[in-house]
Design a protein. Sequence first.
Length: 217
Amino acid sequence: MKNEKTSFYREHLIEGLFTNNPTLVQLLGMCPTLAVTTSLANAIGMGLSATAVLMFSNLFISLLRKRIPAEVRIAAYIVIISGFVTAIEMLLHAFIPSLYASLGLFIPLIVVNCIILARAEAFASKNPPLHALFDGLAMGLGFTLALALLGFIRELLGAGTVLGYDVTLGVAQPMLFFIMPAGAFFTLAFLIAAANAIRARATKKKERAGKEDGANG
């Protein structure tokens, strides 16, 4: 039983981060992905905010899944999600006002983030609380990873900085294209292509290993 639980958590974490990444594989949450990743700090802030909402909304939806009528489940999910988004927004406003100002309207828009509603419907409403909580963590970390990669590349190439610190030492000239909307699309396309190539290589490697084991057997 313990091995089964460990296997579930390990496989689910790998799925959220890599094999079924909500941004790079499922292509969900494109609006904040493209809009707030002009800097690494904004990307991490948005990713962690969405992760917190994912975890707690998944947990509460799982706890209430047998009490929510099927006819109003989507409306109920949105009410639960909006409650946690409001809490996150107030905490950011109180304790990290600079990040709150940078993210602006995109914090309340977490309510309609496709990733959160999709996990509520596809997983949290059908699984026990601890599994739902971990699903929110795994998918949230996958979302944060994708945003962080995008924000890092765009800030480095577009502004010559990382977390606001100049790393070019005056040697290279920043390319403003990367912090513009077109740069967001270009960088995201590159990351998706790279993720697809890595997954395809891993699949071929697994198939080759399976054939070799079959031949040896």
